[in-house]
Write a protein that binds this ligand. Sequence first.
Ligand SMILES: Cc1ncc(COP(=O)(O)O)c(C=O)c1O
Length: 472
Amino acid sequence: MHDPKYLSKEEIEKILTSPLSNEEITKCRENHLLVNSRQEVITGGTEPGSVYFKTIEGRQILDCTSQAWVFNLGHNNPDINYAISVQSKETTHTWSYFLTPVRVRLANKLAQIAPGQLKGGKISVNNSGGGLALECAIKVAMINNKKGDQFIVFRRGYHGSSLAMMGASQRLPMRFSGFGLEHWIKTFYPYCYRCPWNYTEGFEGKRDKSCNLECLEMVRQQIEMYPTSTPIGCIIEPMQGPGGQIPAPIEFLIGLKKICELNKIILIYDEAQTGFGRTGKMFATEWYASIYNKDISPDIMTLTKGAAAGIPIGITIASPKLRMLTEFEDHSTFSSPGLAMAACLVNIEILQKNRIPDNAAKQGNTISSFIKDLSEDIPQIGDVRGPGLFIGVEFIKDRESREPYNDLLEKLIHIGWKNGIFFGEQMQIMSTAGYFIQNILKIKPPLIINDDDAVRICELFEQSLKEALKSL
Ligand SMILES: Cc1ncc(COP(=O)(O)O)c(C=O)c1O
């Protein structure tokens, strides 16, 4: 690293790392934050690349959230930290219309690893995340399909909280709604465990054997039989994350792709959560290809979260056959983010060289199998969904009614924290009548967890669940 010029190293370190006083924390909490719902102060990983983080009181917590599914290589990964320190000596930012070495390298790399028909595709990067990456995808769809500006989106989907993407997402507990709601045509996601057509044997993201894909037929009718609203694109998470860890069955995705092709509709996959190894493959699109030998790749894919293993980034990959945006159409100040692009490049190399997605598949299988075995004795575990470390556990009051067991989820997360483990939860699904559903636990630790970590997660899950059940 170069020596600092305006301040001494000690001065800079003091600004950033001197111990916080209780007074500073209270002042900030009470006066200065727009959002502050939790009391804990987190100071970082317990060691470089760890799956545990520390609280200011010195507690060590096993992180099953990777901090919003971002730290796929663990907290403060040393390789990522080294990558950004190397890149910071080159450049951290330029106008987005200049090429820089790191931008050239990343675009070429992403085009090379993109799945199916996205291979060799066109890339846009931003420093703001998945919502903006999707807005870029929507713009690309609109210049390639000029018939309109409406999009098919799915219930329980989540695509960001910008005012545009809020409208495309499931209704959330907010006191305002998104802008431009007329752009979104919402239809049913293939949520086989709670099928609106009353097929009851859909588990683990797979269809009931007797299902006739009625939900797909609804999409077809929305597109083909209502000419007053002509969607030009379709945005889907091939495996819904925030809505409850729900993989779409392969038959739905094959059918959706066919309907889109037939009607010249641009298919957009939001792989914010499933990209970069979480499912056991680099992308969910590849997971389906490897299990079912089917190419279901979309026209455009968006990525964020673990893409740069802790540094903010959003990525849009469009098929080579699509026309690209002009400079102004794709402008944002921070769309050539040097540090994020360096981190993303190094992350890809680490994932590939160390076969990290294979580890996610292996450890995920250990945890999912353990919970499935446990479900034989605990009827409140209704469905356990993977794949890889993209795990969802759905809690119900009983197997007959499958009534969502919100209280159990809340208790389990609370008790888990006390026991030293931090689990994630599905976003709240709001009803207009004022009640909500939130009954799905998420287990999505860093992808680098080892065998001991996986066993520890199983033990703490079982212990915390049993304590939660006892307390209710
Ligand atoms: C599936 C999915 N899409 C899009 C987004 C939005 O990403 P961001 O918050 O970076 O805008 C998220 C964020 O949670 C997400 O989970």
